[in-house]
Design a binder for this molecule. Structure first.
Ligand code: NAD
Ligand code: UD1
Length: 333
């Protein structure tokens, strides 16, 4: 079966391509390389020892997308399912460029749904985010929690895409990721941050690698045990496996699934765990809160466990060790 992976050159997409190939799927990637490099696709091929198709195409370009579906059919490998990662994901950039985020993320998803339907492809796995919940009132958060006011234009695009997919008539698994971290244990693929990383782990790794002076912990006065924010960090390879599980075990028309470990970890605990996993010291300073951050969120992942037969298996320590190995590989390139 051939699976189209939009955004497959990106961080989560590249790990998912490996997991798909290892599970016996043929993979075709569509990516406009706006936040990635084609070398990541080459590394996926090397790692999985299997060819994968690559089209440098913008998913907002309906005609170009249509020709990918036609080309695949004419080669006798028609696309039968889509795993849709392609999106812009920087929360801070989304405040500066809300229209671009809307056009790319919502417009791109709209074009994709149209082309899927015109080609009779019904199965979709969509990358959503726990950001759709805002700051939930009860923890851990389950899928029945209401969408609160989005914390950012980026979060709003995920809410809009989910609503659009719900009305699309497709068979769709909407995967709400908590905080993916780490890299493949081979250190051949990982996150390639372009510019200054916004996210905690790539920033922390660059600090430890000596590329930046210190990590600022955003806020030490939150109502949490140590005053820093709490998130549910999961290994990107566990997350990748969830996409395979969704393709294989999701049968209902539309269903949302939380993907997390079910455990919350504070920023200060992450720092301690990184030091413990790697033996490296993290230079850090306590600083002011970051605008738009929610205080704490972690998943109730029991629906994904029961229905997708998926559970996060790797530890945060393992993920942080893998992130550091990948950072060292990047520095040596
Ligand atoms: P990423 O930026 O590494 O990957 C996204 C890929 O999509 C990139 O390769 C980029 O070039 C491509 N892309 C963007 N717009 C495109 C377009 N119009 N046409 C074709 N390709 C396009 O990001 P990621 O971390 O791998 O995230 C993947 C998905 O998961 C995104 O939808 C993101 O919003 C979602 N998500 C990520 C996180 C996270 O913390 N990384 C958390 C929750 C949800
Ligand atoms: C956010 C979004 C998520 C989005 C992701 C990708 C929420 C709940 N989540 O995740 O949907 O897909 O960004 O961009 O909105 N931190 C520091 N110092 C740093 C960097 C981060 O202390 O230099 C802290 C943050 O305050 C936060 C934690 O580390 O508490 C994790 O931050 P980050 O990695 O940016 O992820 P989120 O903000 O949770």
């Amino acid at each position: 079966m051939t699976v189209l992976v939009t955004g497959g050159a990106g961080y989560i997409g590249s790990h998912t391509c490996v997991a798909l190939v290892e599970s016996g799927y043929d993979v075709v990637v569509v990516d406009n390389l706006s936040n990635s490099d084609v070398t990541m696709v080459e590394s996926v091929v090397e790692l999985s020892d299997h060819s994968i198709g690559f089209y440098e195409v913008d998913i907002c370009d309906e005609k170009a997308l249509e020709s990918v579906f036609k080309e695949q059919s004419s080669q006798g490998c028609p696309i039968e399912a889509v795993v849709h990662f392609a999106a812009l994901k920087s929360v801070s950039e989304s405040f500066e460029k809300p229209k671009l985020y809307h056009a790319n993320n919502v417009g791109g998803t709209e074009a994709l749904i149209k082309v899927m339907k015109s080609n009779g492809v019904e199965k979709l796995v969509f990358s959503s985010s726990c950001t759709v919940y805002g700051q939930p009132e009860e923890m851990p958060v389950d899928e029945s929690a209401p969408f609160l006011l989005a914390e950012s234009p980026y979060g709003e695009t995920k809410q809009k895409c989910e609503k659009m997919i719900s009305k699309s008539g497709l068979t769709a698994a909407i995967l709400r990721y908590f905080n993916p971290i780490g890299a493949h244990s081979s250190a051949k693929i990982g996150e390639l941050p372009i510019g200054v990383p916004n996210n905690l782990i790539p920033f922390l790794c660059q600090v430890v690698a000596g590329l930046r002076p210190e990590l600022i912990v955003f806020g030490d006065d939150y109502p949490t045990e140590d005053g820093s924010c709490i998130r549910d960090y999961l290994h990107v390879c566990d997350l990748a496996d969830a996409h395979v599980a969704a393709l294989e075990n999701h049968s209902k028309s539309i269903r949302a699934y939380n993907l997390g470990t079910g455990k919350g970890t504070s920023v200060l605990e992450v720092i301690a765990s990184f030091e413990n996993a790697t033996g490296e010291k993290v230079p850090f300073k306590l600083g002011p809160r970051r605008e738009g951050d929610i205080i704490s969120i972690w998943a109730n992942p029991s629906r994904a466990q029961a229905e997708l037969k998926w559970t996060a298996k790797r530890t945060i320590k393992e993920a942080l060790g893998d992130a550091w190995r990948w950072q060292k590989e990047l520095v040596s390139k």
